[in-house]
Design a protein around this ligand. Sequence first.
Ligand code: C5P
Length: 281
Amino acid sequence: MSPALRCVVLIVAAGSGTRLGAGIPKALVPLPGGATILEHCLQGVDRSHQGSHRGRLVGVVVVVPPDPAAAERLEQVCASAAERTGLPLRTVPGGRERADSVRAGLSACAALGDEPGAAAPVTHVLVHDAARPFVPPAVFQRVEDALEAGAAAVVPAVPVTDTVKTVAPWADTVKAPGLAGTGSEPAPFQVVDTPVRAALRAVQTPQGFELAALLRAHESARRAGEDAAALTDDSMLMEAAGHTVAVVNGDAESFKITSALDLALAAAVLQERSATSPQTA
Ligand code: C5P
């Protein structure tokens, strides 16, 4: 059993949102009702904090885009969220890739515990994508419970519904088949493996970690010159560092807003929430 958790939620919101095509950083995209994706995400953290968490959350760090105009707008959103929750909230500029943004945020998480008035050092961090605005409080709680039970790394996950293939560039010993008559390009890839679907999980956020261990894992990846673009989540760094990563149940509502179709899903979630519980939508 770990000593009492003192968790900071690290929200990475520095992505450009190119795939969404809104022309503004994704975290600033408004959802039906007017609140932005980041506002919904912060409301989720607040709900989790107000829930049965017994003071486990001690602060929030939001990583914002390096572009000053976008950063200023996101900082305004953060300032009003901080007033609501009463939790200390800091913002820091992000980097080119998600892993760079997480690394920038981790130092700020550690610093929160060293500030004058802080009761004790920060022990754990929950790394969370701003692009997942509807994570239910129960998911935060499951991740925190696993940390409290002693796990150094925890991911929420859901079974995958598609069969997933490993692919590789088409071997040039065989001519790639064109799709005759369709005008399409030849297939650029071929399947090299089909993992057993029952053993696969799609992992979501928040992912929970011992703060010092995650800082070390990121630092060794940086020193080893790992390609930051290939580091698509943080638990993979903990795996590489030899930690066991615990898996808890995620939730379908924790989906990540990536494309325009996901905005339609977001609208449906909000409609459903306002129908079932008007004050939480
Ligand atoms: O693009 P991707 O799906 O990896 O983004 C996941 C999360 O990481 C998003 O919330 C996005 O804002 C954040 N991100 C970031 N800095 C980057 C790229 C992505 O904070 N350079």
